[in-house]
Ligand binder design. Structure first.
Ligand code: SF4
Ligand code: ZN
Length: 474
């Protein structure tokens, strides 16, 4: 299918069938944004003065770029229409991801200031050599898929200097949206919302968006979801009546369970909104951050976000943990979350909440430092304080982290000490210890498996039950 646009035809096909297309490093012609590029963003705003069909490129166009390079990208879409209101901007903005992925030869990942897009060599060779083509496609799709948009214009920024100002403006807009959402809590409303935009990648995944739990992609808060469900109730964002509250502390609601049962086609039947350990919310692939359990602390958690270079405290980089976390699975111990959710008073409260976070990647901690509880923020280690799990207990003791008072932590640390004694007595070739966690069925508890001295053979296997914190209100 060729794709007609203003004044021309797209050199490549465009349609939902191309969603999910992967473009690996070797196949790409140019990479826009992503972790190698300092400033990049995508933003949608309502502007009733938008000029329909106008595409502007500020900086070099694709044909002027060096093959294989990673370049800045700002995508600023302005839309107009009598029914449009500011609350709809974030939801429109989230569609940039979907619409770019409709293009055969473009892979788009993430959102906001973590957006990342690749153009394939094949598409370039077919003549996709200008962002004007992408701009025209986006305008056409926005108007066709969202009929309340009557006019749309797109501005691309690809110049490292000239992107700075619009990038700062976009960050301000994101912050204002987040700040507004932080003022509202789950008990203040009688309607939650759902989103299935990510089902093309993760068919059993549906987000439940509440005031306290901004969507895990970080781009749709409760206000945004409400506005979208109002203008298009049959669309990908919809109302979720919470129904009966089955467990206020865990965040279990009959209406949310019914929603996930239906939307996951029976695959998932229960969700605890405020737990990453038991019946956790599913994760698709575009979570801003991962909340991961650290079994060696008994009850502690770490948080790593997408911008983190290098490995987390558990020795895994974000990408490896993302593979564990994503795909629409319910994966206790690995929970995809938005950064805003970390700041909610309900944040994983069932697992001990923010007080049980012992480690955060520096990128995420720097971003929210001022908003973290004052008596806790300097007690949460980053990779600059602790990069080896073995050094964590000394740090926690030194800063008097609240976790050290918990029975779970004391038991975990005592267990490790016992093992060390055992290792000294029975050591033959101390060549390495490998630990892993096996989550329990349905998200409850689980086991930890430790393989000791396992370079040549496993000298011992320790299987430990992980106690759940069910009902421990701390
Ligand atoms: Fe929707 Fe959730 Fe995907 Fe965000 S992560 S687009 S809220 S399904
Ligand atoms: Zn997603």
């Amino acid at each position: 299918m060729s794709f007609e646009f203003f004044g021309g035809t797209s050199p490549v096909d465009v349609g939902p069938v191309y969603e999910g297309e992967r473009i690996r490093g070797k196949q790409m012609y140019i990479e826009f944004g992503g972790p190698k590029v300092e400033k990049h963003f995508e933003l949608c705003r309502v502007n009733q003065d938008a000029t329909d069909g106008k595409v502007t490129i500020i900086g070099p166009d694709i044909k002027d770029m060096e093959e294989g390079s990673s370049v800045p990208i700002g995508i600023h879409i302005e839309v107009a229409g009598p029914q449009l209101e500011e609350d709809l901007e974030a939801v429109f903005e989230r569609r940039i991801h979907e619409f770019c992925n409709f293009v055969n030869g473009i892979m788009h990942l993430n959102q906001r200031y973590t957006n990342w897009m690749r153009l394939s060599k094949t598409a370039y060779e077919k003549g996709f050599d200008s962002l004007n083509i992408l701009g025209a496609i986006l305008i056409r799709l926005f108007k066709a898929e969202l009929p309340i948009i009557e006019k749309a214009q797109v501005t691309f920024y690809t110049d490292a200097e000239k992107i700075k100002e619009p990038h700062a403006m976009a960050m301000k807009v994101y912050n204002a949206r987040d700040e507004r959402a932080r003022g509202l809590h789950d008990e203040d409303v009688d309607m939650y919302y759902g989103c299935v935009l990510c089902q093309s990648f993760a068919p059993t995944h549906a987000c439940c968006i509440t005031p306290d739990r901004t969507s895990l992609c970080g781009s749709i808060n409760w206000f945004d979801a409400r506005a979208a469900a109002k203008v298009d109730p049959k669309g990908p964002l919809y109302e979720v009546p919470p129904g009966e509250c089955l467990d206020a502390f865990a965040g279990e609601f009959s209406g949310v369970n019914d929603m996930i049962k239906k939307r996951s086609l029976g695959e998932i039947s229960r969700i605890y909104l405020y737990s990453g350990m038991e019946f956790p919310h599913t994760s698709c692939g575009c979570f801003e951050a991962i909340d991961f359990f650290i079994p060696e602390t008994g009850v502690g958690h770490g948080i790593i976000d997408r911008s983190h270079n290098g490995v987390a405290l558990n020795g895994l980089p974000f990408s490896a943990m993302a593979n564990q976390t994503g795909g629409g699975k319910q994966m206790p111990g690995f929970n995809g979350i938005s950064i805003q959710y970390i700041l909610s008073p309900k944040f994983q409260q069932y697992d001990g909440g923010i007080k049980m976070v012992v480690w955060m990647g520096k990128t995420v901690k720097d971003r929210i430092y001022e908003l973290l509880p004052e008596d806790l923020r300097d007690k949460i280690a980053t990779e600059e304080d602790v990069s080896d799990l073995n050094d964590l207990p000394a740090w926690l003791e030194k800063v008097k982290h609240p976790i050290i008072e918990t029975e779970e932590y004391k038991a975990a640390v005592a267990g490790v000490e016992e093992e060390e004694e055992w290792e000294e007595e029975g050591a033959m070739m101390p060549v390495g210890t490998v630990g892993m966690t096996i989550p329990g069925v349905g998200g409850a508890g689980g086991f930890k498996v430790i393989l000791k001295n396992c370079k040549i053979h496993a000298e011992s296997i320790i299987i430990k039950k992980i106690e759940s914190r069910r009902g421990k209100k701390k």
